[in-house]
Design a protein around this ligand. Sequence first.
Ligand code: NAI
Length: 271
Amino acid sequence: MAYNLLKGKKGIIFGALDENSIAWKTAQHCKAEGAEIVLTNAPIALRMGAINKLAEEIGAPVIPADVTSDEDIENLFIKSKEHFGGGVDFVLHSIGMSINVRKGIHYTENNYDFTHKGLDISAISLHRVLKIALKHDAINEWGSVVALTYIAAQRIFPDYNDMADGKAMLESIARNFGYHYGVKKNVRINTISQSPTRTTAGSGIKGFNGFIDYAEKMSPLGNATADACADYIVSLFSDLTKMVTMQNLFHDGGFSSTGVTQAVIEQMEKE
Ligand code: NAI
């Protein structure tokens, strides 16, 4: 059900790879709530072609940008300002990648070239996007920025590997830049800490099936879906959350506040 919460708003959505992506669902929900959107992803991801289907469905242009390139991000903001005839009201950062995870390199043996690259893509990219947006005054007053994160930033999930360090840094950048962008332009910046979700990035984590089933049992409301996450993001882009900033907001069915559940105890007693 749509409420017209984003009527007249314009935004940039990073990270829609395929129809499982959290960014994909968010783009659909933002459109349904009345927003106009520019989609962006890394040129290599665009070559897979799936994003064109989404672009057509929601009537959005696609502007390629590798989030590790200043030049690409600069071009993205310049082009989207031209497209909209001004700045945007919201930005979704839905990007994550660890080469150490991809290559199955254990955390205790991480390759630092891969670590640097992973941090650049997954965390520093938020700083880069915000720095360049500020330079071009590309986010309107009272705009809203959301980045997606995971609870491995605070607690240990051994196979989350160096992505955990990346998420800790991402959350820190959201707080720090949230201060500066808030003071300068009243722009708010938050991270959403989402339940494990079956997507390309999520499924890259070793033992993901066990992981997702455990989280399901450990969450009083069950795991939050990508669709529910998209709804939450819409609320943060809307004018109903204007004073929420510099927060890490758990969207996890209660997982982060739960010590143990009856379902987990029963599972343990079976063994
Ligand atoms: P996804 O694989 O659909 O999205 C990740 C996106 O990052 C892809 O679109 C990919 O093309 C993009 N990307 C990678 N390198 C890039 C680069 N250099 N430049 C620009 N874009 C680049 O997976 P998902 O799950 O939708 O991921 C979105 C966000 O949600 C990520 O930050 C992820 O860590 C986070 N998240 C995911 C969870 C899950 O279990 N799936 C749980 C909690 C957070």
